[in-house]
Write a protein of this length. Structure first.
Length: 234
């Protein structure tokens, strides 16, 4: 999956980023169907996302903070659709594997001392990263189970993607052309994920229309445009 996602910033515009470093200033930022999202939850989400992107907290923008809060709201909307969240929760071993992979991807993170220093610079602990990975995996599992059965990629769609996107790219960079038969499963999965993202956009849009959402400042308007662009590639 490629994501899960803008809202309020008034308090953070007044409170300096020192609040991220440990000063606790809590309060209700927004409500989703009368359930509150607290300032502390928002701060935690901003710090977590900054860490995952390896973006220094001083580089976090107003737009980043708004996007983090939007994603919190989306998560609350999706959680409201789960009858049994434990069904989609990853095992402890899966979370540990995810954490190990993350540390392999971040330069210097394999060293325990450097890893702890990185976490400390975001006012995070390893258990916070594990909790974030667990929540992300749970949500992706739920979305997959709920939406994948509704996706039907036609053979002609897969072949059209190969001829219009993949083949020209291979010819442009001068690499050996990989046949359609070899790439067909990977192309199909890319298209499946694109369709899932589009269905997710529509689903969240409808949930926002049906659910009372209030915040301390007006929420940005969200349109149902062409859906999310797929990240990555073949």
């Amino acid at each position: 999956m490629k994501r899960l996602r803008h809202i309020v910033i008034s308090i953070l515009l007044v409170v300096p980023l020192a609040a991220f470093a440990g000063e606790v200033i809590d309060g209700v930022i927004a409500t989703v169907n009368r359930k509150p999202i607290l300032q502390s939850e928002w701060d935690d989400a901003v710090r977590y996302e900054a860490f995952m992107q390896q973006k220094p907290l001083r580089a976090v923008t107003e737009g980043d903070r708004v996007s983090a809060l939007e994603r919190l709201i989306d998560r609350r909307l999706l959680e409201s659709q789960m009858s049994d969240a434990s069904r989609f929760a990853p095992s402890r071993d899966e979370v540990r594997v995810g954490l190990a992979k993350l540390r392999e991807q971040i330069p210097g993170a394999k060293d325990n001392q450097a890893w702890q220093k990185m976490l400390s610079s975001y006012a995070l602990k390893e258990r916070d990263i594990e909790a974030g990975l667990r929540s992300e995996t749970l949500m992706m599992n739920f979305i997959e189970v709920r939406l994948r059965p509704s996706v039907h990629v036609q053979p002609e769609e897969v072949e059209a993607y190969y001829r219009a996107q993949v083949l020209p790219d291979m010819e442009k960079v001068g690499v050996k052309v990989v046949t359609f038969e070899e790439l067909e499963p990977r192309i199909r999965e890319v298209l499946v994920q694109q369709h899932i993202d589009q269905l997710l956009d529509t689903w969240l849009h409808n949930l926002r229309q049906q659910t009372p959402i209030h915040s301390s400042i007006p929420l940005p308007a969200r349109s149902l445009s062409a859906g999310r662009e797929a990240e990555g590639g073949i």
